[in-house]
Design a protein around this ligand. Structure first.
Ligand code: COA
Length: 136
């Protein structure tokens, strides 16, 4: 399933590096706002009319954290979204990371229609959106 996401939009999927060393990875793909993909399922295809880049997953090895890898990747996503005419980035924040995403310009979107999909992630999951024109 990760390979499928990497194949759907290679430009938005990156090895995260510090110097020569790989310290993590991140996957994103064009998608529709307010549509939260189910966990552990195939996307099969991208929507014909995407309006955002959806950050599916990012992980940095514990020894690589705090080196700015996540921030550099979000900058890359902003540039990728701009080049594709996509006005927003979206993600589901889990593991209490909403403070981190806020620092990168994301805001929590509260909408009852999102609740069922979010509870498929974890109890603290929140849907977050960043406009690409705005600087964090
Ligand atoms: C979340 C994660 C990808 C951040 O990677 P990173 O490369 O350490 O991020 P950066 O170095 O760009 O950190 C940016 C800022 O976020 C902070 N931060 C990092 N992880 C955080 C977390 N879990 N919660 C809150 N803030 C966090 C850093 O302290 C840093 O703040 P500072 O610049 O004020 O010191 C990494 O901690 C990770 O892999 N965590 C486990 C998997 C995970 O939670 N993935 C995200 C799911 S939505």
């Amino acid at each position: 399933m990760l390979a499928e996401k990497a194949g759907l939009c290679p430009e938005a999927c990156r090895k995260l590096v510090r110097g020569e060393e790989m310290i993590g990875y991140a996957l994103a793909h064009p998608w529709r706002l307010f549509d939260i993909p189910r966990l552990d399922s195939y996307l099969l295809a991208l929507p014909p009319d995407p309006d955002c880049l959806y950050l599916h997953d990012i992980a940095v090895l514990p020894e690589g954290r705090g080196s700015g890898a996540a921030g550099r990747y979000v900058d890359h996503l902003r540039a990728t979204a701009r080049s594709r005419g996509l006005a927003s980035l979206a993600c589901v924040s889990v593991y209490g990371t909403s403070r981190l995403w806020r620092a990168f310009g994301f805001e929590i979107i509260v909408d009852p229609r999102l609740e069922a999909a979010l509870r498929g992630y974890d109890e603290s999951a929140t849907y977050m959106v960043a406009r690409v024109e705005e600087s964090p």
